[in-house]
Design a protein around this ligand. Structure first.
Ligand code: FES
Ligand code: FES
Length: 151
């Protein structure tokens, strides 16, 4: 089986995996990193949303071979030690989560949005396509606005 080396949350990792194994399987099953959730497996629900070289991806549709030599960040890599990322803190302040299943992906999508646009409009926020079965969309918008410094 091929060997792939890359970085996950600032730590170097090497895995043996079929080249078409989705990154989500590698993260969850081989590396035990379970923040990115498995929802649909086909790039639609976005529960698995993470970052590759700082850009948003859905790891359920990214084969591990595309990650060689690159940097993967999951929800586990957002905080700086005990210091939560400002988006995580805003999430707590706004009590966003309900069942929580979609929330790691929602937060990773929000961080990616704020990295692209530091002061997103409501229309920008509405472009996030992550599904929340609990309907927390209103609080997600509040938290993103707060994290952007105008909430
Ligand atoms: S599990 Fe990846 S988008 Fe649904
Ligand atoms: S908080 Fe339950 S699916 Fe989003």
């Amino acid at each position: 089986m091929p060997e792939y080396s890359f970085t996950v949350n600032d730590k170097p990792v090497t895995v043996n995996a079929p080249d078409d194994m989705p990154l989500l399987w590698v993260l969850r099953d081989l590396l035990g990193i379970t923040g990115p959730k498995y929802g649909c497996g086909v790039g639609v629900c976005r529960a698995c949303t993470s970052h590759l070289d700082g850009a948003e991806i859905q790891p359920c549709v990214v084969p591990v071979k595309e990650c060689a030599g690159r940097c993967v960040t999951t929800i586990e890599g957002l905080a700086d030690g005990d210091q939560l990322h400002p988006v995580q803190q805003a999430w707590l302040d706004c009590d966003v989560a309900q069942c929580g299943f979609c929330q790691p992906g929602q937060i990773m999508a929000a961080v990616a949005l704020l990295n692209r646009t530091s002061h997103p409009t409501d229309a920008d926020i509405d472009e996030i396509e992550n599904v929340c079965r609990c309907g927390t969309y209103h609080r997600i918008r509040q938290a993103i606005t707060k994290a952007a410094g105008h909430g």
